[in-house]
Design a binder for this molecule. Structure first.
Ligand SMILES: C[S@@+](CC[C@H](N)C(=O)[O-])C[C@H]1O[C@@H](n2cnc3c(N)ncnc32)[C@H](O)[C@@H]1O
Length: 362
């Protein structure tokens, strides 16, 4: 199997996630990693660091609180073939309980065509009960990815809307009505087939990877972890707290009427630093001596009086668990393309971002 670890495999794009970092970030810090090492990410989001670990043949684990991100991250570590994904999709459409009442509010009739809404609800009935490891995990994340989007370069199931977040029902309905936009009449199985062939076109390593749904500032999710060599992560930036709210449509698809947002207390920077310190302490408890730590962190425009680097360094000092900072460098992001749809994104472009590298010295 030939792998070019510097370029992102299609699986990286299985579903957008608003606060994700680029795959090149963990890949850069894994250049010298060797198979057999173990990577851990306590805020793994949609699993970018886990995919990087997989590309390098490393075992990996992550903790994440948002069910949508958990579902995407699990697919990044899963094994599946396009044929198996197709067969599973067809079987679920044929056999899932079709008696579920379809939502009737005008929003749903404008969002999906009748056929598509039927299919979406059938998948939802299944995935809100169970997502079996392997093929099911890939199919579920693939469907989350095509559930909504602008329907330009990639066919999506919904009427025209943003891909990486979902505006409110009221805002969407007003936009669709004002612009006389109707939902696409498409064949759901054809969309899945095309997408599965694309996403799984690069064969990836089979690695031991798992994603724990939980709060990384608590002890419980760490019980099954140990022997970690590398921590690569990006905690929620102070002031950005709406990971669930803006994913309400994907959350609905997973059967969660509401989820849990960032579980770190953002009342003030002192409380936040204390919560974050618990995470670094837990991380140290599952790491080998000499383990490395790479953290990407930054600020949220408009949040006054917070110096992200001081906040992060305070949290590491409070952890008092052997993490020593080695170096820190600023991150320069490419400018985002301006939004093409008239909806306000959940957050402005982050500011003062940096990458901090450390080591566990006990
Ligand atoms: C900056 S994002 C990380 C994105 C990730 N690096 C990626 O590429 O997708 C921070 C993540 O932390 C999650 N999160 C917030 N509080 C958490 C907690 N207490 N425990 C675990 N995850 C948490 C959020 O849901 C969010 O996905």
């Amino acid at each position: 199997m030939s792998l070019n670890v510097e370029s992102a495999p299609p699986l990286d794009a299985i579903c957008p996630y608003f606060t994700r970092f680029p795959l090149s970030f963990p890949m850069t810090y894994l250049r010298d990693a060797v198979p057999g090492e173990y990577l851990f990410d306590p805020f793994c989001g949609c699993g970018t660091s886990l995919l990087a670990a997989r590309l390098k043949g490393l075992s990996c684990a992550g903790i994440e609180t948002n069910p949508v991100a958990v579902a995407i991250a699990r697919a990044k570590a899963a094994l599946a073939t396009p044929e198996a994904v197709m067969a599973r999709a067809a079987a679920l459409l044929a056999t899932s309980d079709a008696r579920e009442k379809l939502p009737e509010d005008p929003f749903w009739q404008h969002c999906f065509s009748p056929e598509v809404l039927h299919a979406v609800c059938r998948f939802r009935t299944h995935f809100s009960k169970t997502i079996t490891p392997g093929t099911d995990q890939v199919l579920c994340a693939l469907l989350l990815g095509v559930l909504h989007g602008p329907n330009d370069s990639m066919p999506c199931l919904s009427n025209k809307m943003p891909a990486s977040y979902a505006p409110s029902q009221e805002a969407l309905l007003a936009y669709w009505t004002a612009n006389r936009l109707s939902p696409p009449e498409i064949n759901v199985l054809e969309v899945i087939e095309k997408r599965a062939h694309y996403l799984l076109s690069t064969p990836l390593n089979k690695v031991n990877g798992h994603v724990i749904q939980g709060d990384s500032s608590k002890q419980a999710p760490y019980r099954s972890l140990g022997g970690v060599d590398r921590v690569i992560t990006s905690p929620p930036y102070f002031g950005l707290n709406s990971f669930i709210h803006d994913q309400w449509l994907r959350n609905w698809f997973l059967g969660n009427s509401k989820g849990t947002d960032c579980l770190l207390d953002q009342t003030d920077t002192e409380t936040y630093a204390r919560d974050l310190a618990r995470v670094w302490r837990q991380c140290a408890s599952v790491c080998r001596p000499g383990a490395t730590l790479v953290i990407r962190f930054g600020g949220v425009p408009g949040v006054q009086g917070v110096v992200p680097r001081t906040l992060l360094e305070d949290s590491l000092a409070l952890a008092d668990s052997g993490w020593k900072t080695l170096r820190c460098k600023p991150v320069f992001r490419k400018r985002n393309a301006p939004p093409t749809l008239p909806f306000r994104p959940p957050a402005a472009r982050p500011c003062n971002e940096f990458e901090l590298c450390g080591r566990l010295e006990t």
